[in-house]
Design a protein around this ligand. Structure first.
Ligand SMILES: NC(=O)c1ccc[n+]([C@@H]2O[C@H](COP(=O)([O-])OP(=O)(O)OC[C@H]3O[C@@H](n4cnc5c(N)ncnc54)[C@H](OP(=O)(O)O)[C@@H]3O)[C@@H](O)[C@H]2O)c1
Length: 332
């Protein structure tokens, strides 16, 4: 069988690592990993090489001719670059267009949200999408809702503190607004199906594991843990005011990682829980295809099942060993 030749950017990261696992599990792909020169000798890249993946070392901001040569010959390019680095993909898009890439999957993999000042990093992604459309480059945009792994509240006993990346103990408005969630382990499975499907060329696709409200999550976590959660309630007005302040603080100090993260957290909170952007209905309104309708046989991991694994210590903490600003559990 001729395999789909994929060049994956971000395989050492969270989303890219999940995508790599899904492509390998599917078996239809020959995956090479694009890495930047400064990471070429890292332990994480060595591990990719040990797993049998070709490593393509290239600087996105270096020689354009070298970049075109590096990406030539791949059927599909998938990017899972970190959130702050979205615009680094612009040259990669130019190079993919020059090399005749058959499908470019830019780094979306977030909640469903229109551009235009709602979520800052969504607007960064939009500039990449526009560059794709400028070139008439074949593409697929894949959004996935919010990770289960980043949606867990802190338990009062403190017994899961070391496993949390952010403690989600705030409830916004009445807590009943639903939004889409994905188990990280489902992302790669969806991507593997979507990128080998002609129906998804030049389309946006949303894929999610579950559609739940904050109150649903509280119920599940209390039931699974046997603990009563300590929650803080914020009204719509309070949340919007905090987001405004987070933006003002960020604009005054745009190189601060923690200020960017605080801004980003409330961008997402307002988009998901107040504006109700991240719903299947809104995704369809925005022109997305629904992966659950395209692939009804795909079994996803619901939040309750995820919590069982989480409490049984079977879930790897995202960004383990990396210092990412606020990515540590809130202490009492
Ligand atoms: N839906 C959700 O809940 C959710 C949660 C988090 C993130 N996301 C989205 O997922 C996307 C990926 O974020 P992440 O947190 O998974 O990423 P991450 O773990 O920070 O990893 C980023 C990856 O990009 C690579 N990279 C960065 N700059 C590069 C360059 N110039 N050339 C080549 N490789 C480069 C890094 O490689 P090295 O560092 O090894 O060089 C690393 O593999 C973001 O767009 C974000 O919006 C979504």
């Amino acid at each position: 069988m001729v395999k789909n030749k994929v060049l994956l950017l971000g395989a050492t990261g969270e989303t890219g690592g999940d995508i790599l696992n899904g492509l390998v599990e599917d078996g239809s792909f020959d995956v090479a990993c694009l890495v930047r020169p400064s990471s070429a000798s890292s332990a994480a890249v060595q591990e990719l090489s040990t797993r049998g993946h070709n490593i393509v070392v290239v600087d996105l901001k270096g020689s354009f001719e070298k970049l075109v040569e590096a990406v030539r010959g791949y059927d599909t390019i998938i990017s899972a670059i970190g959130a702050p680095d979205q615009t680094q993909q612009l040259e990669l898009v130019d190079a993919a267009a020059a090399a005749g890439t058959k499908r470019f999957v830019p780094c979306a993999f977030m909640t469903v949200c229109p551009p235009g000042g709602i979520i800052g990093s969504r607007d960064d992604k939009e500039s990449v999408y526009q560059r794709i459309w400028y070139h008439h480059l074949p593409y697929t945009i894949i959004d996935i809702g919010f990770w289960h792994q980043a949606s867990v509240p802190r338990l009062a006993s403190g017994r899961i503190d070391s496993k949390l990346i952010v403690a989600r103990n705030e409830i916004y408005a009445d807590g009943n607004v639903k939004s889409m969630l994905s188990d990280k382990r489902d992302i790669g499975r969806w991507v593997a199906r979507i990128v080998q499907d002609e129906r998804t060329i030049n389309k946006k696709v949303f894929a999610h594991s579950e559609f739940l409200s904050q109150n649903d999550i509280v119920r599940i976590v209390e039931e699974k843990s046997g603990e009563k959660l300590e929650l803080t309630h914020l009204s719509t007005t309070e949340l919007k005011a905090r987001r405004e302040k987070a933006w003002a603080d960020y604009v005054a100090d745009p190189t601060s990682i923690s200020k960017r993260l605080l801004r980003s957290i409330d961008d997402y909170n307002v988009s998901k829980y107040i504006r109700q952007d991240d719903t299947p209905e809104n995704a369809k309104y925005l022109g997305y295809l629904d992966a659950r309708e395209l692939y009804p046989d795909v079994k996803t991991i619901g939040f309750a099942e995820f919590m069982d694994d989480f409490l049984a210590d079977k879930i790897k903490r995202p960004y383990e060993g990396k210092h990412i600003g606020l990515m540590k559990p809130t202490q009492k």
